[in-house]
Design a protein around this ligand. Structure first.
Ligand code: SPD
Length: 367
């Protein structure tokens, strides 16, 4: 009698322990996102609310994410490619369609923005817009003034794309994004050509010639290092993404290091891009993935993210919940006049992509 009672108690304890450990094992979610692209408490709050542990890794270039996706199983449940990269990855069938019935918070997204990103993902079947941004100029107000004088053309691409200006600015440090398709599109637009030209000679000709002239005065090409370097005064000018430059400006303010930074969307026009969440075909933790996407589309959650990273999100419902400095900031949410001059990046045929990659390697090596 005594033994049977003990046996049943031990069995119950074992069953509970097994159940708890199986549930704990299942409650994980693997996310691969851009660096400096989430609020400090977003993931911890999600874990507190749901018990799901997020394993979070970061990248800073579409090419890196693309390489992983094209190589096969990434091990991630959610990734964040940008618009034209997503379009190419959709052709390669690396994502699974979304089950919108599992996304009640989808209704919070801005229909106009959804329409825009449907240019890349027809009917928004595979992706959820996260943030959008411009590719512009970040600069140190005082250092640029010191080098180029009071009339430094900070409202124009001339600041960084006129070789004589860059030759002067190199003394205080210049960086460019390591994002070939974006930098080429920007240069082509500046040169009065179609930013999405399909002519290989536009890339290998005048655009490469200009970049090779600028090259000796560019300290480095990188897509995340410039945030800290601007904030510390290690560089004074960059081609960078809106939110990153504004983050740098805020880091400098917090450090009280007397470095005053600004972001400029040049008057000639700038590239606008969108980053989108998508679920790789081989993702394993689908229930957790949908829970996270829903959580992130909650107005309070996404407003908090934008308040920390200074990027424009895709939620209409979040706007009243965002801080004044974010929602009324024309560098984050540009005015209609400025929007009218923006351009988007279109998908290149693979052959042209290879031309761009080769030209970029040549430019970076300076030969
Ligand atoms: N630090 C976060 C940067 C996010 C940039 N996304 C890249 C978009 C490509 N235009």
């Amino acid at each position: 009698m005594f033994n049977i009672k003990w046996l049943s108690t031990i069995t119950t304890v074992l069953l509970i322990t097994t159940f708890v450990s199986i549930s704990a094992k299942e409650k994980k979610l693997y996310i691969y996102n851009w660096s400096d692209y989430i609020a400090p408490n977003t993931l911890t709050n999600f874990q507190k609310e749901t018990g799901i542990k997020v394993v979070y890794d970061v990248f800073d270039s579409n090419e890196v994410l693309d390489g992983k996706l094209m190589a096969g199983n990434t091990g991630f449940d959610l990734v964040v490619p940008s618009d034209s990269f997503l379009e190419r990855q959709l052709i390669a069938k690396v994502f699974q369609p979304l089950d919108k019935n599992k996304l009640p918070n989808y209704k919070n997204l801005d229909p106009q923005l959804l329409k825009l990103v449907a240019n890349y993902d027809t009917d928004n079947q595979f992706s959820i817009p996260y943030m959008w941004m411009t590719t512009g100029i970040g600069y140190n107000i005082d250092k640029v003034k010191k080098v180029l004088g009071n009339n430094a053309p900070v409202d124009s691409w001339d600041l960084v794309l006129k070789p004589e200006n860059l030759a002067k600015l190199q003394s205080c440090g210049v960086s460019f994004l390591d994002a070939p398709s974006e930098v080429f599109a920007t240069i082509l637009h500046y040169l009065g050509k179609d930013a999405n030209s399909s002519l290989a000679s536009d890339y290998t000709g005048t655009a490469t010639e200009l970049l090779l002239k600028l090259r000796p005065n560019i300290r480095y090409f990188h897509s995340s290092q410039y945030i800290n370097d601007l904030a510390n005064g290690d560089i004074c000018v960059t081609i960078g993404w809106s939110g990153d430059v504004i983050q740098a400006a805020n880091r400098a303010k917090e450090a009280k290091n007397s470095i005053n930074l600004a972001y400029s969307i040049p008057k000639e026009g700038a590239l606008v891009t969108f980053d989108l969440f998508a679920i790789p075909t081989k993702a394993k933790n689908l229930q957790e993935t949908y829970q996270f996407l829903n959580y992130l589309m909650r107005p309070d959650v996404i407003a908090n993210v934008s308040n920390h990273i200074y990027y424009a999100n895709a939620s209409q419902a979040a706007i009243p919940l965002m801080s004044e400095v974010v929602r009324n900031n024309p560098e984050i949410y540009p005015s209609a006049n400025i929007r009218a001059k923006m351009f988007i990046l279109k998908l290149h045929p693979p052959k042209l992509d290879r031309v761009i990659t080769r030209a970029w390697t040549k430019i970076k090596s300076g030969k």
